[in-house]
Design a protein around this ligand. Sequence first.
Ligand SMILES: *Cc1c(COP(=O)(O)O)cnc(C)c1O
Length: 395
Amino acid sequence: MTLPMKDRFALPEGMIYLDGNSLGPLPKGVSERVGDMMRDEWGAHLIKGWNLDGWMAQPSRVGDMVGRIIGAPEGSVVMGDTLSLKVYQALSAALQMRPDRKVILSDSGNFPTDLYIAEGLVRHLGHGHELRVVAPEDVADAITDDIAVAMLTQVDYRTGRMHDMNAITAKAHGAGAVMIWDLAHSAGAVPVDMTASGAEFAVGCTYKYLNGGPGAPAFIYVRPDLADRIDPALAGWLGHEAPFAFDLEYRPAPGIERMRVGTPPVLQMAALEEAMKIWDEVDMADVRAASLRLSDLFIAEVEASCPDLTLASPRDRALRGSQVSFHFENGYAAMQALIARGVIGDFRAPDIMRFGFTPLYLDEDDVRGAAAILAEILRDRLWDRPEYHARARVT
Ligand SMILES: *Cc1c(COP(=O)(O)O)cnc(C)c1O
């Protein structure tokens, strides 16, 4: 299948959407699938749907679809909850695997929720753990033999800087640490091979590059040889070996199923399951090649026409995920002016204008068009209007 596949998405006419790294667009077929599901499954079958329509098996069925694009074998990924909760599950399990060590290593480019969850866990465990946060470029050197768990997001949400997953995992393992990768900006964006990495855990969300829709459930991967040894901190009934035995004591389900917690978001997952079908038709290597072509073109166009902007992303394409960011002191207002003209990116404090490149539905003309509008906004200072300076709740 050649990229892009624009006709597979319900993109509004005249919009250039460079924010698929934050919320993917609506794939065609999803509205119909969710509508049918509500009428034919929920509406017609009511509670029988759990068995009749396979709702109970959905978290692992969809998990396998995600597994295929992150290089994880069948039965090693399960869906549910939000990414923040999946971070908690992975980190609590990982810390328990290294009871003699007290340090969680992460970096200052990590998304705040990952760090907040770690801080909260440290406080509540009360075992004297420490969250050690270093600069992204210092991570490899900071992997010392007191580290219990290295918990990193592969692609930095602000700059797009990408860690070398295999090299860092090998270094962590060499130091005796457990490795957790957050793939929020990797799944569907760059080729990932969890098996090759050897990492123990991975987590990620599905409303960004996987186009599952706002509030789509997160995923968690546990290396198959470990899954049966995890003692889940969130020991919910649907992660029990026999939920409908209603035992008073918790016994974890075999394998990855123990990372389930409670009732899955069935409607939301129906949308995701439909959205995931497109990945059967594309090769991640082709997606990556197109993403780099579009990103390089955008950098060249912006640098040629917008002297006030400075590149915040790595120039070396091998070190970059699927987004490009620029520093600009009036970045918030400039982004509002861009959005008003139909070019959608977003802003990340303090001064980052962020643009995601998603080859499923973007081509070179979109990139050139977006860069031209940005150049005009900067040249004519079109951003400097009061309404573009007023901060909304979500930036
Ligand atoms: C987007 C993102 C999140 C969001 O977490 P939710 O619980 O889904 O809101 C977490 N971590 C990273 C690294 C992200 O990029």
